[in-house]
Ligand binder design. Structure first.
Ligand code: TXA
Ligand code: MG
Length: 349
C-alpha cells in the first residue's frame, strides 16, 4: 500500500489536506493524525471493517478495544449512554487528555469495542485532530496509538513512519505531541455509597484533578502492579505485554546520591544506556546518556520518555537504567509506563 505523508504546520492553509484525510476515513481508509498525547491511527468507528483494518495494520489482537475520538464532547451522546458524571468530566477536562468508558449504543460495532458492551470516548485537544474530526462529521474516529503492537506510542511522525509506512493510507505529520503519554482512562461505577471513578490508565489528567469532579477515585491495581495469573482485567489493554525495549530496562530506587554513585560505578564496568536527569549530567561520563529533563520537571519527562526509550534502545548497550518515578501527580503515569517497559524490574541501591 502506498502511504501518503502530509506535513501540516499551518492549519489555515491546509483545508484541502484535512478534507482529503476525512474523505479517506469516511470511505473506510486509515489516517494517522497527531493528538496532544500521542499520534493516533484513525478509521471509521462505525464501520466494523475499518476497525478490523486498524487491528491488522497495528498487529494488535482484535479483542483489545479502540477509543473513539469526537470533536465535541456533546457528540458522545450519539455513540454512548452518557450521564451527569460524564458531563461533569467533559466540562472539566474536554477537550483534553481524558478518555471515559461508557455503555455503548447500538451504532458502535463490537469490532470497535473488542466485543465489549462499553465504548471508550475521547475528545482530543489538538488543532489538527480537531479539524479532522470535525470534517469527519457524523463519523467518529476509532484510533489506537499509531505504533506497531509492542512498540512505544509515537510522539513524532518519524516514529509512525518507521512503524506503519505501507500499512496506512495517510500519515499527517503535525510535529511533536505535547504531552507524550497516552490519555488518562476512567470508567464510571455506582455502589451503595454512590458514584465513583476507576482509574484504568493514568495520564496527564491526574488522580488529584479527577477528585475535584468526583470525590471517589479508585486506582485499578493493574496500574501499579503486575496482574496476577488468571486475574480478569478491568481494561483489556492491561493484560497485554506492553512495550519493552530490546535492551533490558532496570529502574533504580534509592536516595539521589546513592543512585548517582551506582550509575558512576556501572559506567566504569559495563556499557549502559542511562535515562538521567539534567542535574546528573555533569557527574556522569557523556556516553549513552539520554537526559529526560530536570529531576522535578515531570512534564518534560513525560514529553520525552517514549522518544528516548526508542533512542536508548538503538545504543545496543547491555543494560538500560532509569530512575523509578515518584507516584504523585503526573509521576503516576510515568511510573505506570516505566514499570511496564522494565517488566517490573526495580533495583534498590
Ligand atoms: O491518548 C490516547 O488515548 C491515544 C490517542 C491516539 O488518543 N490512544 C490510545 O489508544 O492510547 P490505545 O488503543 O493505544 O489505548 C487504549 C486503551 C487500551 O488499553 C484499551 O484496552 C482501553 O483503552 N480500552 C478501550 N476501550 C475500552 C473499554 N470499552 N473498556 C476498557 N478499556 C478500554
Ligand atoms: Mg497503545
Amino acid at each position: 500500500m502506498h502511504t501518503e505523508i502530509i506535513h501540516i504546520t499551518d492549519l489555515t492553509g491546509s483545508s484541502a489536506e484535512i478534507s482529503l484525510a476525512a474523505a479517506v476515513i469516511r470511505a473506510g481508509g486509515l489516517v494517522v493524525f497527531p493528538t496532544e498525547t500521542v499520534y493516533g491511527l484513525g478509521g471509521n468507528g462505525l464501520d466494523a471493517e475499518a476497525s478490523r483494518k486498524i487491528y491488522a495494520a497495528k498487529g494488535r489482537p482484535s479483542n483489545n478495544p479502540l477509543i473513539i475520538h469526537i470533536h465535541d464532547p456533546a457528540e458522545a451522546d450519539k455513540y454512548a449512554y452518557t450521564g451527569n458524571l460524564y458531563n461533569r468530566l467533559a466540562a472539566a477536562f474536554m477537550p483534553g487528555p481524558l478518555t471515559v468508558i461508557l455503555p455503548k449504543r447500538e451504532c458502535i460495532p463490537y469490532a470497535t469495542t473488542g466485543g465489549l458492551d462499553t465504548v471508550a470516548v475521547r475528545c482530543p485537544d489538538h488543532p489538527i485532530a480537531h479539524a479532522l474530526l470535525k470534517e469527519c462529521g457524523d463519523v467518529p474516529v476509532a484510533a489506537p496509538s499509531a505504533n506497531l503492537s509492542g512498540k512505544p506510542s509515537p510522539t513524532v511522525a518519524e516514529h509512525v513512519i518507521a512503524d506503519l509506512s505501507g500499512r496506512v493510507d495517510i500519515i499527517i505529520d503535525g510535529g511533536e505531541s505535547d504531552i507524550g503519554l497516552e490519555s488518562t482512562i476512567v470508567s464510571i461505577g455506582h455502589d451503595h455509597e454512590g458514584e465513583y471513578l476507576t482509574l484504568l490508565r493514568p495520564g496527564a489528567v491526574t488522580a488529584d484533578a479527577l477528585t475535584c469532579v468526583c470525590e471517589r477515585v479508585v486506582i485499578a491495581p493493574a496500574v501499579l502492579e503486575q496482574m496476577k495469573e488468571g486475574e480478569r482485567p478491568l481494561s483489556p489493554g492491561m493484560m497485554y505485554k506492553h512495550y519493552a525495549p530490546a535492551t533490558p530496562l532496570v529502574l533504580l530506587d534509592g536516595a539521589p546520591e546513592d543512585v548517582l554513585a551506582f550509575l558512576q560505578r556501572e559506567q566504569a564496568e559495563r556499557s549502559c544506556a542511562i535515562l538521567c536527569y539534567l542535574e546528573e549530567m555533569p557527574f556522569l561520563k557523556n556516553e549513552n546518556l539520554f537526559p529526560v529533563g530536570g529531576k522535578d520537571d515531570l512534564a518534560t519527562q513525560a514529553h520525552c520518555l517514549f522518544s528516548l526509550l526508542r533512542e536508548a534502545d538503538k545504543a545496543e548497550a547491555s543494560v538500560m537504567y532509569a530512575h523509578l518515578p515518584d507516584k504523585s501527580g503526573l509521576g503516576l503515569a510515568l511510573y505506570n509506563r516505566m514499570i511496564r517497559a522494565a517488566a517490573h524490574t526495580i533495583r534498590r541501591v
